[in-house]
Design a protein around this ligand. Sequence first.
Ligand code: NAP
Length: 247
Amino acid sequence: MQLTNRTILITGGSSGIGQGLAKALHQLGNQVIVTGRRKDRLEALCQAHPGMQFFVMDVSDRDSIRQGVEQAQQICPKLDVLINNSGIQRNFDLLNEELSLEALGEEIDTNLNGLIWTTAAFLPLLKQNTPATIVNVSSGLGYSPLAVMPVYGATKAAVNSLSLSLRHQLRDSQIQVINLAPPAVESELDQGRRGSNGPPVMALDSFVEAAIQALQSGEEDIAIGMAEQLRQGSRSDPAVTFARMNP
Ligand SMILES: NC(=O)c1ccc[n+]([C@@H]2O[C@H](COP(=O)([O-])OP(=O)(O)OC[C@H]3O[C@@H](n4cnc5c(N)ncnc54)[C@H](OP(=O)(O)O)[C@@H]3O)[C@@H](O)[C@H]2O)c1
């Protein structure tokens, strides 16, 4: 995909991968709009990068998304790239009888429903600005999950699936759908759960550099580093790949 002179809206631009991509895409000469729930973070990012814009949008809240579309029509009517990046990750022991059903649904509302609602709500604006691009941020864990975070892996497998169907439905349009699966990357996602003995974690700058390169190359199904190994392993030997992830 072309990565200059685009108008790019990133969900979850207030930290981690979204923020890293926002900075790099701004640097490349794009109009970048970051969204998320933490206004102070978004404001600070835009202050440090003149020209970058933001508005608050909670992707797990349909009304907030509808308001976001209105804001986008005002501040970036030429929107031609949507990066669906917002996400949360939780560990759950499904045998724990004290688990709240509400807590079990949060990842689905953010990682899956949020992505579907945002895509559907912003499609009319993207259609006015073709050629356009939708980038769905999935995960290597969508190919082979970590059982300690059972809902997370399920939402990311669903995102991989959704990207295929959306791409098919948009095949006669000028809207390209890219699925981007990161490996473990340094960010706030794990909320400090990973510890030093966990799997290797990619530096954010290295990930952003690899992601930008892959996006520019025209690839539509991007899996970076360990995520590519999980994608291949899930196809060639799913049981062994799962067992390696979940000893
Ligand atoms: N880091 C990794 O190891 C890794 C690996 C594979 C895939 N990913 C995926 O990469 C994406 C970015 O995650 P990250 O690693 O950069 O984690 P992060 O640093 O925690 O960033 C997550 C972003 O999502 C936003 N977000 C969370 N809930 C939201 C909601 N309800 N509405 C709007 N925005 C929301 C957060 O902003 P606010 O809190 O301000 O709303 C934040 O900007 C996620 O989809 C994640 O699943 C990450």
